[in-house]
Design a protein around this ligand. Structure first.
Ligand SMILES: Cc1cc2nc3c(=O)[nH]c(=O)nc-3n(C[C@H](O)[C@H](O)[C@H](O)COP(=O)(O)OP(=O)(O)OC[C@H]3O[C@@H](n4cnc5c(N)ncnc54)[C@H](O)[C@@H]3O)c2cc1C
Length: 417
């Protein structure tokens, strides 16, 4: 057990946790970030994947901007160019380099098994069984707690069903018929990688046609750039506002925020994936109705153009996305979890990322319903780290003095389900 009480404990060492750690440390806070650096990217995304975001939208954030992806590529002689996708392994190595330089002494390579509270402080229990006290906690848990599997698949055992965030090395699927459910980048890229690994993937998608992102135009004239500026979420003024001014989003009505989180950069394949997908079997307008174990594999009942039919597969991968839900924050001890107010199960946060539990902050995907779609992407990490840090300083100081001020929630209303 650490004998001193930390100012700030950050749970999760992905792009958001590491960026917040870099900013908080620069402010002189006694901070630690718990978790294996970049674990989700290294172990919960398929080997061989490429980032969908442009290199310029894929920086982790330190206050001096010294440890950007651009700086990493320059130092290691790697390509860094608009329109040139970043391999996931390079991004993992970049994140570890960032951690080594911007957050080395503050990273603790251990999972947090529970966050509770005791005598006005938070108490974190680690996978090493150590207990750590902290005045302030930042949950930077990313997407893993929120993986969504459709009810029609829920009865299948883990031996034949995986969510896309549970697949990493696809070589184990070689020779198998794999049904991939979904129509977003994750489904389409996983299917391509499966095919390239010697499996027989079949994509099952409800939509009438696949959507594709357009090929980036590298050379653009001044007028074109003024009419449709580039941003971390793509081209155009609307994307620019969501990407570069997320501080405006909390002022929008809750239903509209939910709408933009769902629809901005919705399910679509990257331009560079299109050709690779041509040899993959894709069934559109196909809705999964039921799935059952059959022999060593699976029988899927689907509805396609009004008709029911069955499809046999050896395994199913559900590339069916993520839904933010405070009930999934299992790392919070039940009393704390119940005290997090929510709107349609998404946590309600202040404009400085604090939940309704004083001293408990959340960044990344969990903050998307407050700050909009950029929180689903690495590009939002700088805004989050920059905005949260003054609040962490204030909260750690006030809580150190024993003064607990209730968080002023940006959104009004009570829990609505
Ligand atoms: C397949 C896929 C591809 C994507 N591609 C892109 C892309 O190209 N560009 C982009 O901007 N975004 C992309 N995203 C979204 C991406 O996940 C987020 O942008 C990014 O990971 C957000 O960083 P984060 O730190 O919030 O989350 P994460 O990267 O998920 O990091 C959170 C970390 O917290 C850890 N953690 C969770 N619980 C605990 C615990 N109890 N104790 C300790 N550690 C814990 C996790 O292991 C994880 O490593 C992609 C997502 C997926 C699923």
């Amino acid at each position: 057990m650490l004998t001193q009480t930390l100012d700030v404990a950050i749970v999760g060492a992905g792009p958001y946790g590491l960026s917040v750690a870099a900013y908080a440390q620069a402010e002189g806070l006694d901070v630690r970030v718990f978790g294996r650096p970049m674990k989700a990217w290294n172990q919960h995304m398929p080997v061989g994947m490429m980032l969908k975001s442009e290199p310029a939208a894929s920086h982790l954030a330190d206050p001096a901007r010294a440890y950007t992806l651009e700086a990493y590529c320059a130092r290691h002689g790697l390509e860094y160019a608009y329109g040139s996708p970043v391999p996931v392994q390079r991004f993992v190595e970049y994140g570890r380099w960032f951690q080594d330089n911007a957050a080395r002494d503050v990273t603790v390579d251990a999972e947090v098994t529970e966050v509770g509270s005791e005598g006005g402080d938070f108490v974190l229990t680690l996978s090493t069984h150590e207990r750590v006290r902290a005045r302030v906690v930042v949950l930077a848990l990313g997407f893993l707690p929120f993986a969504r599997v459709p009810a029609s698949l829920a009865g299948l055992p883990a031996s034949v069903l995986a969510h896309s965030c549970q697949v990493n090395d696809l070589s184990g699927y070689a020779g198998q018929r794999v049904a991939v459910i979904g129509a977003g980048q994750s489904a389409l890229e996983t299917a391509c990688l499966l095919q390239e690994a010697g499996a027989q993937p079949q994509v099952l998608a409800r939509c009438k046609e696949l959507r594709w992102n357009t090929v980036p135009v590298v050379e653009r004239g001044l007028l074109s750039r003024v009419l449709a500026p580039e941003s971390g979420l793509g081209t155009g003024w609307r994307s620019w506002v969501w990407a570069e001014a997320p501080g405006l989003v909390p002022f929008l009505p809750s239903s509209y925020r939910r709408h933009i989180v769902r629809t901005t950069l919705g399910p679509a394949g990257s331009w560079w994936l299109r050709e690779r997908l041509e040899s993959v079997d894709v069934r559109l307008r196909t809705k999964l109705v039921h799935a059952a174990r059959r022999g060593g594999g699976v029988e899927l009942t689907v509805k396609s153009r009004g008709h029911k039919e069955t499809i046999e597969a050896d395994a199913v991968i559900a590339a069916t996305g993520y839904t933010v839900d405070v009930r999934r924050l299992k790392v919070l001890e039940p009393g704390l979890r119940a005290a997090v107010r929510h709107a349609s199960w998404a946590p309600m946060l202040t404009r400085e990322f604090e939940s309704t539990v004083p001293g408990l902050f959340m960044v990344g995907l969990a903050a998307a319903h407050t700050f909009g779609p950029v929180m689903r992407f690495v590009h939002g990490a700088r805004y989050a780290a920059r905005t949260i840090t003054p609040a962490l300083v204030r909260s750690a100081r006030e809580r150190g003095r024993g003064g607990l001020l209730p968080a002023q929630v940006a959104l009004s209303g009570t829990n609505d389900h």
